[in-house]
Design a protein. Sequence first.
Length: 625
Amino acid sequence: MANRYWRSPQQARLSRRQVLAAAGAGAAAAGVLAATRGGSLLRAPTATAASEKGYGGRFQVSLPFQIDTLDPHTSVALGSTYVPRIYNTLVAQSQVDPDTIFFDLAQTMERPDENTWVFGIRPGVKIAPNNMDVPQRNMDAHDAYESFERVRTLDFATGAAFARDWIESHEASADGRTYTIRTPQPYAWFLQRLGSPFTTIPPRELLRGDTNRMRTAAVGGGPFAGSYLNGHLSLNRNQNYYRTDPNNSDAQLPYLDGMDGIPIFDRNSRRNAFLLQQIYQYTARDSVEADQLLNQANVYQGAVEPVFTFISVTMNVKRPPFDDPRIRKAMMHAINRQQYIDLIYAGDARANGLVHWPTGAYALPDEELEELQAFNPELSRTLIQDAGFELPLEINVMFPANSTIEEHSSHLPIFLQQMEDAGFEVRQDPMDFITWLVNYTNTDYDCSLALNQIYETPETPLDFQHSNGPAGDGLFSHGLQDEAIDAAIDAAKAVTDPQALVDAIHQLQRDIYEAGPTFLPIVSPFSRTLYWNFVKNIPQGLGSAGLFQSDWWLGPEVRGPSGDANCDDDIDAIDASLILQQSAGLLPALACPTNADVNHDGQVDARDAALILQHNAGLLPELPS
C-alpha cells in the first residue's frame, strides 16, 4: 500500500458510500464520462512496457496567456494549472471519476463522525532543493495547519469561502503526524474543495516570510519546483520527491527533468509550434481540426474530455436595470447558445444551464433547459417594455479587451449582436485584463462577460446566485439578494445522500430560473488535446485531480544527449560549469540533470564535468550514451 498513491475509495479507510456521501457525487454521475464524450474518436496512446520508461527530457508546453501568480491561494487563472505540480494536497478526489482518490501529503483518511476528518500525514514528503531559503525537510501537519489558516484569513484567497464557512476548527498534532478538520455540519463538496489547486499546501517557511515572492517562484514537496519570469515558466524535477512507480521496480518519480512553459498567445502560432515539435501538446479548435491533424500523420495521439470552464454573463442585482428580474430574464432569453456552438466550436460544444453540463447528473436535462431558458428575442423585448423601459434599453457591459484569452474575443461579437437583436443597446466598457479582474472581483460592474475557472461541481456556479457570492463577502457577485434562494443553496450543501443531492440541485435551478438568474453560463466545449506519440502515460479522464499525477515520461528521441546539462543542444564547457556549480550547492537544480549524469552512476558531480571537458578537448571521442 505504501507505493499506491492513486486508490479507489474501496481501498481507503472510507467506504465507497462514505466517500460518495462526503463528496456529493450523485449515483447517476457514474455515467458522466460516457455522457460527456464527444462524437468523434481520437487515437489513444499505445501501451508501453515498463522497460521503455526512462528518465530525462523537458516537457514543452505553450502558455496561451500570462500566468497570474504561482501563489496557490490567490491564483484565479493559469497559475492554478501548475501549482499542483509544485505543492502537495492532503487528498484529491477526481470529480470526473469519483472512484479515484489521490492520497498525497495524507496517507490515511478517517471520518470518526460526519463532521470530523482525520488525516494521517505521510512520512518522507521532502521539499525540493531550492534557493528560497526553505530547508529540504519533510512536510508535516503543521504545514497543513498554517496553509489552511492562511486561506481562512487572507483577503481575496480563492478558497476563502470554503475555509471560513466549512472549517469550524482544525489542528495539527504536536508531532506533526496527524491533521484534523471539523466542519460545522456535513458538507457535500468537502473532498473536492479540500483537494483543489487553490488549497494546496506550501511549506510554512514561505508563508511566514515575504509571500510576494511566491508570485514568481515556488517550491514544495510536489514533483517539481520552479519559477515564472519574463513570461516563461520553468519547472525542475524535485530530486527529493517521495513517490515511486510500483510498475517499474519502484523507480523514483517524476521521470521528466522538468517542464517549460512558452508564451504563445496566438492559436495559429501554437499549432505551428506543435507541428514543429517546439511544444508537445496542442488543444485543437474543434473536432474537425483534431481529426485533420490525426489523419495527416501517424505521429500524434489524442484525447477527448469535457471542458469545465465557460464564458458567462454576470449581472449585478444591486445596480439598475438588473435589480429588476424581468431585465435579467430578458438577458437570458436574448442568448442563442446554438449560435455560439456553431460559430465558435463548429458544433463541438453543448449548451449550459445554470449548472454546466460537464457536471453530469447535476445539470438539468436538455429538453427542460430549452424550455426554461429558451432563445426568444421577442420575449426579451416584451420583458424590457413590461419593466417600464423604452427600446432599446442601454446597458453597461465590461469585458477584458485585447486579451490573449481566445474565448473572450470569440464570444464578444456574438454577444453584442444578440443583445442588439433582443432590444438592448450595449455600452461597451473594455478594460485591460488586470483592471477588469479587480473590478470583477470587487463586484464593481453593472454587467460583465467572464471566462470562469474550472468548476467541477455545481457548487460555485450556484454560489454566484447567493447573496454572499462564490467567494464570500459579496466578491465577484451579489447573487439574487433573495433569502429563500440563499437558504436553498445553503441547504443543498449539507445534503449527502447522492440522489437527494441531485434532486435538490435540480429543484434549486428551477427556483432560480423563476426568480431571474444573475449568472448565466453560456456553453462548454469538448477539449480535444493532441500529443506527440513520444509523450507516454499522460493522465486522462481525471479532471483537475490529474494535475497531481507525475507518472508520465518522454520517449528517448527527445530526452537529449548525454552531457547536455542545460538542454541547449550543445555539449560544452558551460555544461561542465553548471554541473560544478550544482554539485557545490550554488544551483538548486539543473535544467536536464539526467543528461548531466554523464557516467550514469546516479550522481551529478565533478566526475561528470571532467568527462565533458575531456570530450570538448578531444581527449574523449564519445561520451557514454
